[in-house]
Design a protein around this ligand. Structure first.
Ligand code: CA
Length: 224
């Protein structure tokens, strides 16, 4: 379970935010000062900190600088009070990964949190070329080859192939693929995923590379 720390001194913002994040199944702690945030960060490790910029005592910018200095793996989503560019620039200079301007909708905020955590957990693909199982997938030019043959892929087919190939050999959950390849607002049915996997299999040709993992999702096989 991913651990989040919410640092917000205004309970009318912090409390509903914490409830919303807990509904998303994150483990969430809530503190109201920069000092308390630094204490918690020192005591435990967090995947992401939602950090208000205007805090009593040590402010959000300073907390963010110290997170960057001492807890490099922790993502920071900054909450800024005004939409002025100054706040945004200051927040980013301090090393925030993303920022949301108040007032914000809870759905927007939880979507940003999800996106940040996903980006964090995505494998580093280096120069953005994935080579596995006789495939070569160039994410910069969005071209893909199987052996010497270039594949003619529709945009979603390309994204699907890249998502599977980036973790070749691992079974990926349907929901995870859906949220990576489509977006976070897909509703319920993953039928479209089956359809695209079908098309992708046809274009990849033989021998088959994509295996259905019953009741779970799909796996791109590691070969050779
Ligand atoms: Ca505040």
């Amino acid at each position: 379970m991913e651990r989040l720390l919410v640092v917000e001194d205004d309970a009318s913002i912090g409390d509903p935010l914490v409830r919303a994040l807990r509904r998303e199944d994150y483990e969430v702690e809530h503190v109201g000062t920069g000092e308390a945030a630094l204490e918690r960060l020192h005591a435990a490790s967090f995947d992401l900190v939602v950090l208000d910029i205007g805090l009593p005592g040590i402010d959000g910018v300073e907390v963010c600088r110290r997170i960057r200095r001492d807890h490099g793996a922790t993502a920071v989503l900054m909450l800024t009070a005004r939409s002025s560019e100054l706040d945004e620039v200051v927040g980013l200079d301090a090393g925030a990964d993303d920022y949301v301007t108040k007032p914000f909708g809870l759905a927007v905020l939880t979507a940003r949190v999800r996106a940040l955590l996903r980006r964090r957990s995505a494998p580093d693909v280096g120069d953005s070329v994935i080579e596995v199982s006789g495939l070569r997938i160039d994410q910069a030019s969005r071209r893909a080859w199987r052996g010497p043959r270039e594949l003619e892929l529709a945009p979603k087919e390309f994204d699907l192939l890249a998502a599977l190939a980036a973790r070749a050999g691992e079974a990926l959950r349907r929901e995870r693929i859906m949220s990576e390849v489509w977006d976070e607002n897909w509703w319920g049915s993953t039928k479209t995923l089956d359809v695209h996997v079908g098309w992708l299999r046809q274009k990849l040709g033989d021998p088959p590379l994509i295996t259905t993992v019953r009741g779970y999702g799909f796996r791109l096989e590691r070969t050779g």
